[in-house]
Ligand binder design. Structure first.
Ligand code: URA
Length: 247
């Protein structure tokens, strides 16, 4: 990426998510920020965001044009950017990150849990969610009633939803059979309530749903529900891969 402009130091630090602009002023006054080996001059100091070495308390603040977060979405929170009534996943982030204009790369229903990506990179989001890119999403679900081999074959063949919408082929596997069964389903699209509607057509309603994978990226199981962390560049790339070798 080329950046021809110099940036204000406070903008650079706020953009990195390390502190808000207001906090930067205080941090500079306290002598906690160094630029190119010297105490920072002031919030308005101009720096080249790609080459300057900026440290906060001895920790390098790196320039990233975009932010890529992985969240373990809890149930009860909307995966939208704002809502008049309900809490959204953005409410789970600190102000410095909320200000970056992040949005979810693919949604989960309010009662669904698990892997949710948040970014401010529109092209990245498009790649993750576009069915044409063939990025498979994997969900662990609990169903009322146990899917049959015929149900698995129907998912593999490409199902038709109750309103006539055609789905691309997916893969349904039974993990634990029983009156309520634990299953895994992989699909490469994100139509509205798609998994629930597919299982409803099969007569095995979904009781709970948790997304565990996007492409070749797995949810970090150390993230408690509601927790998030920045992804490494390698992790962000894994979510662009298809994630299945064959169906
Ligand atoms: N399919 C659904 O039905 N719900 C989700 O949250 C995700 C996929």
């Amino acid at each position: 990426m080329f950046c021809l402009e110099l940036w204000r130091l406070d903008k650079f630090i706020a953009f990195s998510g390390a502190a808000s602009r207001r906090e930067v002023r205080l941090l500079i006054k306290a002598g906690r920020i160094q630029v190119d080996g010297r105490a920072a001059g002031g919030p308005e100091q101009k720096i080249d965001p790609q080459t300057a070495s900026v440290y906060l308390d001895g920790q390098r603040i790196s320039f990233s044009a975009h932010v890529y977060l992985m969240m373990n979405k809890p149930a009860g929170v909307l995966s939208s950017t704002e809502d008049a009534r309900d809490r959204t996943v953005l409410d789970l982030l600190p102000e410095t990150l909320r200000k970056r204009g992040l949005f979810p790369a693919g949604r989960l229903d309010k009662d669904s849990e698990g892997l949710l990506l948040l970014t401010d990179d529109g092209d990245y989001c498009h790649h993750v969610i576009s069915p044409r890119k063939n990025v498979f999403k994997c969900y662990e679900i609990e169903t009322m009633g146990c899917p049959t081999p015929e149900d698995c074959a129907a998912v593999a063949a490409g199902m038709t939803l109750e309103d006539g919408t055609a789905c691309r082929p997916g893969r349904l596997e039974i993990l634990e059979a029983g009156q309520t069964a634990r299953c895994r389903i992989r699909i490469s699209e994100g139509k509205f309530h798609q998994v629930k509607r597919m299982l409803a057509v099969l007569g095995k309603p979904v009781l709970s749903l948790r997304r565990t994978e996007i492409g070749a990226l797995h949810l970090d199981e150390n993230l408690k529900p509601g927790a998030y962390r920045e992804m490494t560049a390698e992790e962000a790339q894994l979510a662009l891969q298809t994630g299945v070798s064959s169906l």
